[in-house]
Design a protein around this ligand. Structure first.
Ligand code: C2E
Ligand code: MG
Ligand code: MG
Ligand code: MG
Length: 275
């Protein structure tokens, strides 16, 4: 704490800030390199129908392989957002995901859609609609094969803009889902006004559900709410049979989590889809 450190505290904090600023700049530089050097790669995780276990969708999750280390998107996506690199990275993700979707459709192995995470800045970027339309044309994909995942925080920044964007995206034929539901600051009026097809209940409500009666109530209620509103409902981060059976009992539509599979490279997902 600053007081106890007395007059040295200022230099202590300023050198810490300086160190952080240097680290930030270095990370941004290596992230720029990463895009050029093809260090970014999409992994895929299945989404399974709760009752049958059948794969009904796949989420694309970005990986950064940097000097034999895997850097988590939880680390570099916020960095990419802050530095503006997210638009370039987002374009890479879209192009790469569309290419894979097209391939899987041609192979006849994909049931359901491939979901792509969209960050706030990417969503409100001026060119988004045109970029997506061009990518559909270039890749030969149909919009209905693609699911776009947004978060509550993207909506919070500019609800009117986001609502009209989502309406336009749905008009093109994209399927829209709300990721990490329950962790942002969304109000119930968003559920009423947002044109979304699917809710993904955040993992934090599923973890240790057996020992958390409040989470049980929240999850049950969210499932009920989604069903009544005609919105598809998925639970994220399902790891155990116990979690799965609780969700199944409460009529969840689908499940994503280590219980079925961890995110995996494209070729492994392809094999899994072929089985
Ligand atoms: P998300 O979209 O909510 O993705 C789900 C995260 O939960 C993934 O982490 C996934 O690996 C992890 N997960 C899935 N099932 C389980 C489970 O059963 N247990 C546990 N402990 N974890 C599970 P990941 O791949 O590290 O991604 C983290 C976040 O980074 C994503 O959260 C998403 O918000 C963001 N992200 C990933 N790829 C992209 C991308 O291409 N673009 C953007 N804008 N964001 C991305
Ligand atoms: Mg997601
Ligand atoms: Mg999520
Ligand atoms: Mg998440």
């Amino acid at each position: 704490n600053a007081k106890r450190l007395g007059k040295n505290s200022f230099s202590f904090y300023s050198s810490k800030l300086k160190k952080e600023a240097v680290e930030y700049t270095q990370m941004v530089t290596s992230l720029k390199q990463a895009i050029k050097n093809s260090e970014l790669e999409l992994y895929f995780q299945p989404q399974n129908e709760a009752e049958s276990g059948k794969i009904v969708g796949v989420e694309a999750l970005l990986r950064w392989k940097h000097k034999d280390k895997m850097i988590s998107p939880d680390v570099f996506i916020p960095l990419a957002e802050r530095s503006g690199l997210i638009v370039e990275i987002g374009d890479f993700v879209l192009r790469s995901a569309f290419k894979t979707v097209k391939k899987w459709h041609e192979m006849g192995i994909l049931w359901g859609r491939v979901a792509i995470n969209m960050s706030a800045r990417q969503l409100t970027h001026l060119n988004l609609i045109n970029t997506l339309k061009n990518m559909l044309k270039e890749s030969g994909c149909e919009a209905s094969w693609i699911e776009l995942e947004i978060t509550e925080s993207s909506v919070l920044e500019n609800p009117e803009l986001v609502i009209s964007l989502l309406e336009e995206l749905r008009g093109i034929g994209f399927y829209i889902s709300m990721d990490d539901f329950g962790t942002g600051y969304s109000s119930l009026s968003y559920l009423k006004n947002l044109p979304i097809n699917k809710l993904k209940i955040d993992r934090s409500f599923i973890m240790n559900i057996r020992d958390e009666p409040k989470n049980q109530i929240i999850v049950k209620t969210v499932i009920f709410l989604a069903k009544e509103l005609g919105i598809h409902i998925l639970a994220e981060g399902v790891e155990t049979e116990e979690e799965r059976s609780f969700l199944l009992l409460n009529k969840i539509d689908s499940i994503q989590g280590y219980y079925y599979a961890k995110p995996m490279p494209m070729k492994d997902m392809e094999k899994l889809l072929q089985e």
